[in-house]
Design a protein around this ligand. Structure first.
Ligand code: NAD
Length: 477
C-alpha cells in the first residue's frame, strides 16, 4: 500500500503543436503521397486521433530513394568534419526541442513522460553527439585508411522507441556519408516527421534524409527497391526473416535487430532489493515492449520466496495510467493489436498451468491497457517462457546451480540480452562468457549508451548498432 496518494502532475500538451495532417518528407520538403492516401495515428492512452499521415506506395518510395541517390555523392564527398557539423547541429536542436519531442512521443506511443523525458530523448541526442564525433575520425575506426560509405540506406523501424530507433539508424549512416530513406512504424509516425523538421532546421541538404510513412507494404517496397545499397531493420523476427529472403542474392548489405526473450538471473548472494529494482526496470520499462526486456526471471531456488515477496510489494507501488502524468510508471500498450497479442499469451500461460498474479490497479476506461503481471510455476515448455510477449508480463522460473541457470537462460531461439545479479565478480565473468546474448548486464538492466554496441545472436538478428562497431554496417568494408 502506498503511504500517501500522489496529486496529478500532468505534463502540458501545449508544448507540442501537432498538425492535422502530414506529408512524406522527400528531398528536403513535405509532399502528399502520389495516391493521396492517408492513415490516422492515435494516442493509445485515449484512442484520440492525433493526426493523419500520408501513406507511401511504391511510386513514393521510388521518389524517396531517387532523392537519396541524388543527394548521396555531394554528402559523401563532404569532409567528415563538415558532416559532423550537421550532426552536432541536429543533436543540439534535439536537446533544445526535447520537451516538445518527449510529449509528442508520449502522445503517439503511450509510454510515460518520465521515460521519454529521462531516457528516450537524452539517448537520442547522445547518439547524434556520439556519431558526430566519429564523422571526421573514420580513418582511425579500424576499417582501413579510407573507408567509404555504401550509398543509399533503407531503414525500417518499430514503434517501441520510435525516435531512439531512428537515432540508432540515422546517426551512424549520416556520419559515414550515406543518404537515407527511413520508414517509421505505422502506429508511431509522428516523431520521425518532427525529426524531418529538425533536419530542415539544421540546414541538412535536401535528400540526405527522407522519411516515408506507411505500413508493412511500404517497408517491403523500400527494402526491395533495386537502388538501395544497405538495409537496416529493427522489428519482429518474422518480418526480419522475410527481409533476409528479399535481400538474399542482391548486393545489399543487411543488419537485423529482432526479437528477444531475455533472462534476468538472480543468484542467492545478490542484493535482493537492488535486484527487485532491476527486475522491475527489466520488464516494466516501456510496458515491457522492449526487445531486450528481462522477460524471464531465473531466480535461485533458495531465495525464490523472499525475492517474490519483495517483488510483489514493489509491483503494488507501480502507478499505471495517464502517460503524460509525471508520476506514472506504466503507460498504455501501443496498439489494440499489441494488446490482443499480450492478452492471448497471458491467457495461454494460465491455460498451461502457470499461476498469474497482478497487483490491484485500476485501468483507465479508454485506450489500451494491461496491468503489470507476474507468472509463477512456469516451466520451460510454456509458451510464456518461450515466446516474446512484448508486454508487461514476467515469467518466473527457478534454478539451483550456475550450470542450470546458463542452460535455462540459453534455452531459447533468441539471444539478445541477459542480466546477472550476484556479488561475485568471478561469477559475473563466467556467466557473461557462457550466456549466448549480445548484451549481458551485471547488477543492472536496460542500461544503454551510444558507445556500447547492441545486437543479437541466433533469431535476435545480426550486425551491431552503436559504438565503433555500429559504423561498420554503413561502410564498404
Ligand atoms: P514489425 O516487424 O511488425 O514491424 C517493424 C517495422 O517493419 C514497422 O515499421 C513495419 O511497418 C515494418 N514492416 C512490417 N512488415 C514488413 C515487411 N514485410 N517488409 C518491410 N517492413 C515491414 O515489428 P513491431 O511489432 O513493430 O515491433 C516489435 C518487434 O520489434 C519485437 O519483436 C521487438 O523485439 C523488435 N525490436 C527489436 C529491437 C532490437 O534492437 N533488436 C528493438 C526494438 C524492437
Amino acid at each position: 500500500m502506498a503511504l500517501f496518494e500522489y496529486a496529478p502532475a500532468p505534463e502540458s500538451r501545449a508544448v507540442v503543436d501537432i498538425a492535422p495532417a502530414y506529408g512524406l518528407f522527400i528531398d528536403g520538403a513535405f509532399r502528399e503521397a502520389g495516391s493521396g492516401t492517408t492513415f490516422k495515428t492515435l494516442s493509445p492512452a485515449t484512442e484520440e486521433v492525433l493526426s493523419e499521415v500520408a501513406y507511401a506506395d511504391a511510386a513514393d518510395v521510388d521518389a524517396a530513394v531517387r532523392a537519396a541517390r541524388a543527394a548521396f555523392p555531394a554528402w559523401a564527398a563532404l569532409p567528415g568534419a563538415e558532416r559532423a557539423k550537421y550532426l552536432f547541429r541536429i543533436a543540439r536542436i534535439l536537446q533544445e526541442r526535447s520537451r516538445e519531442l518527449a510529449v509528442l512521443e508520449t502522445l503517439d506511443n503511450g509510454k510515460p513522460i518520465r521515460e521519454t523525458r529521462d531516457a528516450d530523448l537524452p539517448l537520442v541526442a547522445a547518439h547524434f553527439f556520439y556519431y558526430a564525433g566519429w564523422a571526421d575520425k573514420l580513418n582511425h575506426a579500424g576499417y582501413g585508411p579510407d573507408p567509404r560509405p555504401l550509398g543509399v540506406a533503407a531503414q525500417v523501424i518499430p514503434w517501441n522507441f520510435p525516435l531512439l530507433m531512428l537515432a540508432w539508424k540515422i546517426a551512424p549512416a549520416l556520419a559515414t556519408g550515406n543518404a537515407v530513406v527511413l520508414k517509421p512504424a505505422e502506429t508511431t509516425p509522428l516523431s520521425a516527421l518532427f525529426f524531418a523538421d529538425v533536419c530542415r532546421q539544421a540546414g541538412l541538404p535536401g535528400g540526405v534524409v527522407n522519411i516515408v510513412t506507411g505500413d508493412g507494404a511500404t517497408g517491403a517496397e523500400l527494402v526491395a527497391h533495386p537502388d538501395v545499397d544497405k538495409v537496416a531493420f529493427t522489428g519482429s523476427t518474422a518480418v526480419g526473416k522475410e527481409i533476409a529472403r528479399t535481400v538474399a542474392g542482391t548486393r545489399k548489405k543487411l543488419t537485423l535487430e529482432l526479437g528477444g526473450k531475455g533472462a534476468n538471473i538472480v543468484f542467492d548472494d545478490a542484493p535482493l532489493d537492488q535486484a527487485v529494482e532491476g527486475i522491475v526496470n527489466g520488464i516494466f520499462f516501456n510496458q515491457g515492449q522492449v526487445c531486450c526486456a528481462g522477460s524471464r526471471l531465473l531466480v535461485q531456488e533458495s531465495v525464490r520466496d523472499e525475492l517474490l515477496d519483495a517483488l510483489k510489494r514493489r509491483l503494488a507501488t507501480l502507478r499505471v495510467g495517464d502517460p503524460l502524468d509525471k508520476n506514472t510508471d506504466v503507460g498504455a500498450i501501443n496498439s489494440a493489436e499489441q494488446l490482443a497479442r499480450i492478452t492471448e499469451l497471458a491467457e495461454a500461460g494460465e491455460a498451461e498451468g502457470a499461476e498469474r498474479w497482478s497487483p490491484p490497479c485500476e485501468l483507465p476506461p479508454d485506450g489500451y491497457w494491461f496491468a503489470p503481471t507476474l507468472f509463477t510455476n512456469v516451466t520451460q515448455a510454456h509458451r510464456i517462457a518461450r515466446e516474446e510477449i512484448f508486454g508487461p508480463v514476467l515469467s518466473v522460473l527457478t534454478f539451483r546451480t550456475p550450470d542450470e541457470a546458463v542452460a535455462k537462460a540459453n534455452n531459447t531461439p533468441y539471444g539478445l540480452s541477459a542480466g546477472v545479479w550476484t556479488e561475485k565478480g568471478s561469477r559475473i565473468l563466467r556467466m557473461a562468457n557462457e550466456l549466448r546474448a549480445g548484451i549481458v548486464w551485471a547488477n543492472t538492466f536496460n542500461k544503454f549508451d551510444p558507445a556500447s554496441p547492441f545486437g543479437g545472436y541466433k533469431e535476435s538478428g545480426y550486425g551491431r548498432e552503436g559504438g565503433r562497431h555500429g559504423l561498420e554496417a554503413y561502410l564498404n568494408v
